[in-house]
Design a protein around this ligand. Structure first.
Ligand SMILES: CC(C)(COP(=O)(O)OP(=O)(O)OC[C@H]1O[C@@H](n2cnc3c(N)ncnc32)[C@H](O)[C@@H]1OP(=O)(O)O)[C@@H](O)C(=O)NCCC(=O)NCCS
Length: 141
């Protein structure tokens, strides 16, 4: 990896699980991509994955997720502009969903942003929570 930040044994174990899932993402490049794992509290972890030389590069592929107890939160997902529309968004989402399932999440929440994005999420099984809310959810069964 370009950069792998996981400081404690627990964070390293989480990083291993995340990498297992990221390897299933079609756009993953083990040599050049980066991963940051933070255990914020006992049952609160956060993971950032990015493909460019820095997290601050705007046009790149990125994923930011959190697990809080049994809740999975997808803070941000982004596919590099030139690679959009080829199924990579769906593939990266599925890698995140599998990771959430590994950590026994029962629900995934996110806030869609940008026009047309709600369709991307409804295709992946998300619904507004409750009806009309800006937060979308998917119950994992
Ligand atoms: C949203 C995003 C991640 C989708 O990634 P992508 O790789 O282009 O999407 P995919 O090619 O995997 O598309 C999956 C499905 O969603 C549909 N879809 C994707 N973007 C869509 C959009 N803006 N509007 C409607 N449908 C969309 C595709 O047509 C495809 O449908 P299919 O499964 O029936 O073929 C990407 O557009 C992106 O990075 N946008 C900028 C960042 C952003 O807005 N992130 C979302 C934050 S909530």
């Amino acid at each position: 990896m370009r950069k792998l930040t996981a400081q404690t044994d627990e964070e390293n174990k989480i990083a291993e699980k995340a990498l297992e899932r990221l390897r299933q993402f079609q756009g993953f490049n083990e040599q050049t991509d980066s991963l940051l794992v933070k255990l914020i509290a006992e049952k609160h972890l956060s993971i950032s994955y990015w493909s460019a030389s820095s997290q601050r590069v705007k046009d790149q592929t990125k994923l930011d997720i959190e697990v809080r107890e049994n809740l999975g939160i997808l803070d941000w997902i982004q596919i590099k502009k030139s690679s959009q529309g080829q199924g990579l968004g769906k593939s990266l989402y599925h890698a995140a969903e599998k990771f959430f399932r590994n950590y026994n999440c029962k629900l995934i929440e996110l806030t869609p942003s940008g026009e047309g994005k709600t369709e991307f999420w409804s295709k992946l099984g998300f619904n507004p929570k409750p009806k009309g809310s800006v937060i979308y959810e998917k119950i994992l069964v």
